[in-house]
Ligand binder design. Structure first.
Ligand SMILES: C[S@@+](CC[C@H](N)C(=O)[O-])C[C@H]1O[C@@H](n2cnc3c(N)ncnc32)[C@H](O)[C@@H]1O
Length: 230
């Protein structure tokens, strides 16, 4: 049954999934698809990691940082202020962080950032935009750019629509904008928005607030973009 409020179900899903979340990026358990597909994944993940690591700008505010996988990549070259709605995700992220990394974590709603205008050099979000309902996307992008100084950067990483991009029992086919059924390891079910944004979509969205937008895709799994905030 589809829940009445899919965004509330998305928040509840990620709170409950925090302790098993990294199985996805590390292709473990239900997220393993066999050596060929997992080798493709790891190769493409390396490309995206290099893209994220190339952002070396100063202070970065990260939205919906989850367990902090990308915070730790961003922190190789920046001071990172990483936020998430889910306290469980923040706790999990702190567990993975090391004290020498310049990462400061806080709880925040992606649609109402706790920052003044122009306060940071960049804003980044990984695998979050694909959960933002299409009608909310322009306002979200404007809110993400608001705390970035002119000349700073927006950076986004997200999913391409590949049947082996999620859990083995997860159905990813069908339209690019979908209400997707997700299961936890214990069988609990949730419905979330999943939007497979195209390069043209990302270019359009970032162009609302940026000049010089760059979009890259890997062969199967990932899409990423960067733009200079005006
Ligand atoms: C797919 S995970 C991405 C996590 C991380 N960025 C990564 O790539 O590993 C989506 C994240 O969005 C968070 N989230 C859900 N609703 C949110 C909201 N309204 N504001 C901020 N974060 C939210 C979830 O708690 C979860 O950590």
């Amino acid at each position: 049954m589809i829940p009445p409020d899919i965004e509330a179900d998305t928040r509840a899903y990620y709170r409950a999934r925090a302790s098993e979340y990294q199985e996805w990026i590390q292709r473990q358990g239900r997220y393993a698809h066999g050596s060929d597909d997992d080798a493709d994944w790891n190769l493409e993940l390396e490309t995206i990691t290099q893209f994220v690591e190339s952002l070396s700008i100063g202070s970065v505010f990260e939205i919906a940082s989850g367990t902090g996988w990308w915070s730790r990549v961003l922190a190789r070259n920046n001071t990172v202020f990483a936020s998430d709605y889910a306290p469980e995700m923040l706790a999990e992220a702190c567990r993975h962080d090391t004290p020498t990394l310049p990462i400061y974590r806080c709880r925040a709603d992606a649609y109402h950032l706790p920052l003044s205008t122009g306060a940071v050099d960049a804003c980044a979000f990984g695998f979050w935009l694909s959960h933002v309902p299409v009608p909310r996307a322009p306002a979200f992008i404007r809110e993400a750019a608001r705390p970035v100084r002119p000349g700073g950067e927006l950076l986004v990483v997200d999913s391409r629509q590949d049947p082996k991009g999620g859990a083995a029992d997860q159905h990813t086919g069908g339209p690019r904008v979908q209400q997707q059924l997700r299961r936890l390891n214990d069988g609990r079910e949730y419905t979330i928005w999943k939007i497979y944004w195209t390069p043209a979509d990302l270019r359009f969205l970032l162009s609302l607030v940026c000049r010089r937008v760059e979009v890259i895709q890997t062969d199967r799994f990932f899409i990423a973009a960067r733009g200079t905030v005006v």
